[in-house]
Design a protein around this ligand. Structure first.
Ligand SMILES: Nc1ncnc2c1ncn2[C@@H]1O[C@H](COP(=O)(O)OP(=O)(O)O[C@H]2O[C@H](CO)[C@@H](O)[C@H](O)[C@H]2O)[C@@H](O)[C@H]1O
Length: 472
C-alpha cells in the first residue's frame, strides 16, 4: 500500500513532543512491512533543512482566502530516514524557526493543508492509497479532499485516516475566517462546525474514513472527557479504534544511544545506570546515594506540572532530604517560575532545566532511578516507555496510555508505581513508595529486568495500522 502521513511534526526534522516521535518512526516500520509510507510536513527553518540536500518535487499556486500564494514541495534526496520525506515551503508563512506559537498559526496551518491537498490533486505522480492525517493541524484535509470543488473530482475517492494524539488541542477557526476553506458545497458546512466554530479536529473526526487514538484507554476516556467533543466521540465510536504507540527502538536503545556517555543493556543495567547517574549528580550537585526522580515534558495542566512544586517540596521535607529531583521542560510561565524558584530553596536535592534539550532528556532516561508522570490526560505517553527501556521505574497516574503500559509493582509481574489521582497527596505517597523500593536492591533489579524485556517496539502497532488501511 501507498501511505502518505501528513503532520506538523516529524523527528528528527522538527519535534515539540510525542507527535514528532510517532510520525518520525511509524513510516519506517510500515516500509519495513513491505509498504510505501511517506511523510509530508511544513518546511520550517530547521537544522535538518540546512544540513541535507533537497530536490524540487512540485511547484504550485493556490489561495488562502483572498491571498494567493506559491508553494514548493521539496523532497529529501537520499531517503536517509527510511522513508520519503516531503516539505511544503510557503514563503512568509511556514518558513519560521519554531513550529507553533505564532499569532498567525491558523493561517499557517490552513495554508499548509490547502497546499498538501492541492499538490495531491494536481501533481502528475501516483496518488497514495491512504492519506493518514495527524492531529488538528491536518484535521481539515479529509473535508477538503471530499467536499472542496477544486479537489474532490481528483482526490475525493482516496481513503483518509485521522490519528488523534491529543484531543485537547482542536484547531478552532472562527466562522469569520471560513473563506480560508476553498469553495465547497455549503450544505456540508456542518462537517466543519462544532459549537459555532470551525473545529479542525471535529471536522477530521466527522470526515475521515477511520479515526484512531493512540491507546485504547484514551479512546474510552474521550467519551466522557474530550474538551467538548465527548458527544462526537460517542456518536462516531463505530469508526474509532485505539492503537497503542510504539517506540523507535533504533533511537531509544541504551546499548547504542549516542547521547549517553555510558551505554548499557540488561546484563549490566545496574552498573550502567549508576555511571550515567553519577554524571547527572556531578552536573546538578546531587548525592548519588539518594533516589533520583525526574520529570521530562511540557509544563502544562494536562501533564499536571502545576502540582509538581508542592509535591516536590513536601517530599523533600518528609523524606528528610534523602531524595533528588530533576525537571526538564518548558510551558506555562507561572509553572516554570515556581519550578525554577525551588532550585535555590533545595540546592543538592533539586534542579530544573527550563527549555528543550534532546540530549539531556536521553541522559535523564539513562541516569534516573524513577520517572514521574502525574498526567491529568495522557493519550499514550512515550516517556514511560522510553524510561522502561532504560531501566528507569515509571511513577505514573493511572490514565490513558499510562494505564495500558505500566503495571504496579504490587501486582503480579509488576514493575512500576501507579496512583489514581493527579493530586499532591497521591504523588507524595508514590514518591515514598519509590524511596522505599529504592532501598530494596533485589526488588529494584527484578523490576528493571522485567521492564527492559517488554517489547514496546513499533512492529506490532505498525501492522495494526496496516490492518486498518486494508479494511478500508
Ligand atoms: N523539554 C524537553 N526536552 C527534551 N525532550 C522533551 C522535552 N519535553 C518533552 N520532550 C520529549 O517529547 C516527547 C513527549 O512525548 P509524550 O508522548 O510523552 O507527550 P506529548 O504530550 O508531547 O504527546 C502527545 O502525543 C503523543 C504521541 O502520540 C502521546 O504519546 C501523548 O500522550 C500525547 O500527549 C518525548 O520524546 C520527550 O522525551
Amino acid at each position: 500500500m501507498d501511505i502518505l502521513h501528513v503532520s506538523a511534526e516529524c523527528y528528527p526534522i522538527a519535534k515539540a513532543g510525542g507527535l514528532g516521535d510517532v510520525v518520525g518512526a511509524l513510516p519506517k516500520y510500515q516500509n519495513g512491512l513491505g509498504h510505501v509510507a511517506k511523510v509530508v510536513m511544513p518546511m520550517y527553518q530547521t537544522k535538518f533543512l540546512h544540513s541535507n540536500e533537497w530536490d524540487i518535487e512540485f511547484k504550485g499556486n493556490t489561495n488562502l482566502g483572498s491571498r494567493n500564494f506559491d508553494y514548493t514541495i521539496i523532497r529529501e534526496r537520499t531517503n536517509k530516514l527510511g522513508y520519503e520525506l516531503f516539505l511544503v515551503d510557503i514563503y512568509g508563512l511556514l518558513d519560521r524557526e519554531r513550529i507553533y506559537g505564532y499569532d498567525d498559526d491558523v493561517e499557517r496551518f490552513a495554508a499548509f493543508q490547502i497546499a498538501v491537498v492541492h499538490w495531491l490533486t494536481y501533481a502528475p505522480s501516483k496518488k497514495p492509497d491512504i492519506v493518514h492525517c495527524h492531529d488538528h493541524q491536518a484535521g481539515l484535509i479529509p473535508f477538503m479532499m471530499r467536499y472542496c470543488y477544486d479537489f474532490n473530482w481528483s482526490v475525493g475517492h482516496l481513503k483518509t485516516v485521522l490519528t488523534i494524539h491529543n484531543a485537547q488541542y482542536q484547531g478552532w477557526i472562527g466562522w469569520d475566517k471560513s473563506y480560508y476553506i476553498p469553495s465547497y458545497d455549503r450544505w456540508k458546512h456542518g462537517m466543519l462546525d462544532w459549537q459555532n466554530n470551525i473545529n479542525s479536529l471535529a471536522s477530521g473526526i466527522k470526515c475521515a474514513d477511520k479515526v484512531t487514538t493512540v491507546s485504547r484507554s484514551y479512546l474510552e476516556e474521550l467519551r466522557y472527557a474530550a474538551n467538548g467533543l465527548e458527544n462526537l466521540f460517542e456518536y462516531e465510536r463505530g469508526k474509532c479504534v485505539g492503537i497503542l504507540n510504539g517506540i523507535d527502538t533504533d533511537v531509544w536503545n541504551p546499548a547504542t544511544d549516542t547521547y549517553i556517555d555510558n551505554r548499557f543493556s540488561l546484563e549490566n543495567v545496574a552498573e550502567g545506570k549508576l555511571l550515567n547517574k553519577q554524571i547527572l549528580c556531578d552536573q546538578f550537585n546531587f548525592n548519588i546515594n539518594n533516589p533520583l526522580i525526574v520529570f521530562i515534558g511540557r509544563l502544562v495542566g494536562e501533564k499536571a506540572a502545576d502540582i509538581l512544586p508542592d509535591s516536590i517540596l513536601a517530599s523533600i521535607y518528609s523524606l528528610q532530604h534523602n531524595v533528588s529531583f530533576l525537571i526538564l521542560g518548558s510551558g506555562e510561565h507561572d509553572v516554570e517560575w515556581r519550578l525554577n524558584s525551588l532550585t535555590s530553596q533545595f540546592p543538592g536535592n533539586y534542579n530544573a532545566v527550563i527549555g528543550y534539550n534532546e540530549k539531556l532528556s536521553h541522559q535523564m532516561y539513562a541516569g534516573a532511578d524513577f520517572l514521574l508522570m502525574p498526567s491529568r490526560v495522557e493519550p499514550c505517553g512515550l516517556n514511560q516507555m522510553y524510561a522502561m527501556r532504560y531501566g528507569t521505574v515509571p511513577i505514573v497516574r493511572s490514565t490513558g496510555g499510562l494505564r495500558d503500559t505500566v503495571i504496579d509493582m504490587g501486582d503480579e509481574g509488576g514493575y512500576g508505581i501507579r496512583f489514581i489521582h493527579p493530586s499532591v497527596g497521591d504523588v507524595i505517597h508514590s514518591i515514598h513508595r519509590a524511596a522505599a523500593v529504592y532501598k530494596e536492591t533485589d526488588t529494584l533489579n527484578t523490576m528493571r529486568s522485567r521492564m527492559m524485556q517488554i517489547d514496546n517496539s513499533w512492529d506490532n502497532s505498525a501492522q495494526q495500522y496496516i490492518d486498518v488501511y486494508q479494511n478500508l
